[in-house]
Design a protein around this ligand. Structure first.
Ligand SMILES: Nc1ncnc2c1ncn2[C@@H]1O[C@H](COP(=O)(O)OP(=O)(O)OP(=O)(O)O)[C@@H](O)[C@H]1O
Ligand SMILES: [Mg+2]
Length: 432
């Protein structure tokens, strides 16, 4: 192995900027990245807290750190910034960019001290992943803030850097050259046909994800008399993961759940003294999973018409993100725009990734509940009966980590002398 490959075997560093979580870490940490919530607490005025905790920074990030501050000064909650919406940071949102810089720095602070002890270390090859819809200014801003961080770390932090679209990273992690990636994170669903590179004109994006499953969980908790607990994001998240189910068919699942109340009863222990019990409303647990796949059922309409649930189309740049379009129609639409000769190959290699596809299926409910791959297969077969048996869909092994893993593989494989090209948006970018 050449010296350069030896170097990259140690010093590739990947970053996946998600709406919910930032995943980061070097190639040497193994299969799983580190992960923190993508959010930061802005400390706007200098107060006694700065003195007491000896803080110089004006942004606090990290899953351990933020709660300490919120616990001590609840009024700080209003200064908690989630920098991304649907995978996008607004160009002029200075607070958001501060937080993006702070989470990025947080990652390097963990790994740079050890790397820098190696006299041969001349900086990481950094591979960052952004939404396939990220506008060019996000690339520019991300390069710029890495350049600034490099100078904070003795100009020895970064050797070169590149940015790739998240679905491409998934395809690379799965070693799939021609495939259709469906990436479903907290903020958005990206449906991206790939044939060596994303087929941009065929990308279909949906303006929903795990966040909408949280939103319906919150409303269900309120309806069931747990309004107080529904205010706590931690509780909502826990309830969603524990009782949320994806129905094979929503109507039939609800009917069965209403007939066999005990079998479908949804209970969650929050702490030793608090238990949530949905009782006769336990059929609602199917709404939590269904909303990701298809929110256009009458069961969701009352929430939407009352303004308790907002799912709407938005436009980012020249791309429309659909609110309520069902996932099968979106996949079919994406494939329809692709060249005829690859369409059937795309149906044969549909790859699902992202945390919002991680639904569990309790063994005693298998007759009505299913996993994400089965769900999408059922939905496509219903729309295109002639495709029954000809569609192949798989969920990647660790849905929240595959983007990061793909970045690592990409960084290891892309030759160091392949320079960044602004028209193709690929190659190594360097300011040295
Ligand atoms: N076991 C689970 N059951 C249901 N949902 C889950 C589970 N584990 C994680 N999630 C959801 O996955 C989402 C986070 O996934 P992921 O990290 O892929 O998103 P992200 O990268 O932060 O967002 P995006 O890619 O949309 O910008 C959250 O909505 C979280 O609640
Ligand atoms: Mg993501």
């Amino acid at each position: 192995m050449g010296a350069e490959l030896q170097y990259r075997k140690k010093y590739v560093y990947a970053e996946d900027y998600g709406t919910g979580y930032f995943k980061y870490g070097p190639i040497t940490i193994g299969e799983n990245p580190r992960m923190i919530q993508n959010r930061g607490l802005l400390i706007r005025e200098k107060t006694a807290i700065h003195e007491i905790f000896k803080i110089e920074r004006d942004v606090i990030v990290g899953d351990e750190e933020i709660p300490k501050f919120l616990g001590s000064r609840e009024d700080l909650v209003k200064n908690l910034v989630y920098p991304m919406r649907d995978g996008i940071v607004k160009i002029d949102d200075e607070d958001a960019w501060k937080v993006i810089k702070a989470v990025t720095r947080y990652g390097f602070e963990e790994f740079y001290p050890v790397a820098s002890r190696d006299p041969n270390f001349k900086g990481y090859y950094v591979v960052a992943a952004l939404s396939a819809l990220a506008p060019k200014y996000m690339y520019e801003k991300l390069f710029e803030l890495h350049k600034e961080l490099d100078s904070e770390f003795d100009n020895r932090l970064i050797k070169a850097m590149t940015i790739i679209p998240q679905p491409l990273a998934v395809a690379i992690a799965e070693k799939a050259l021609t495939c259709l990636v469906v990436e479903c994170g907290h903020g958005n669903i990206q449906i991206c046909p790939i044939s060596y590179y994303p087929i941009r004109k065929a990308i279909v994006a949906l303006n929903r994800g795990g966040a909408e499953a949280n939103a319906i969980t919150r409303e269900i908790l309120k309806d069931c008399g747990y309004g107080d607990l529904a205010r706590e994001e931690y509780v909502v998240e826990k309830v969603k993961r524990e009782i949320g189910l994806v129905p094979k068919n929503l109507k039939e699942a609800i009917k069965k759940a209403k007939e066999e109340k005990e079998r479908f009863r949804a209970k969650v222990k929050i702490d030793p003294v608090t238990e949530i019990d949905l009782g006769d409303n336990s059929w609602m647990r199917f709404l939590i999973g269904e909303i990701v796949f298809n929110p256009s059922h009458e069961e969701f309409m009352s929430y939407i018409s009352q303004g308790r649930l907002v799912i709407e189309d938005i436009v980012i740049g020249d791309q429309k993100l659909y609110g309520t379009l069902d996932l099968a129609s979106a996949i079919i639409e994406a494939i329809r725009v692709c060249p005829v000769e690859i369409r059937s190959r795309l149906f044969e290699r549909i790859i699902l990734s992202g945390g919002a596809f991680m639904w569990s299926v309790p063994p005693n409910l298998r007759d009505v509940a299913c996993d994400s791959a089965t769900k999408i297969e059922l939905m496509i077969s219903e729309k295109l009966p002639e495709m029954r048996g000809k569609v192949s869909i798989s969920l990647v092994k660790d849905p929240q980590y595959s983007v990061w893993r793909g970045c690592i593989v990409y960084g290891f494989a892309l030759p160091g002398d392949y320079k960044w090209d602004w028209s193709r948006l690929e190659g190594w970018y360097s300011w040295k």
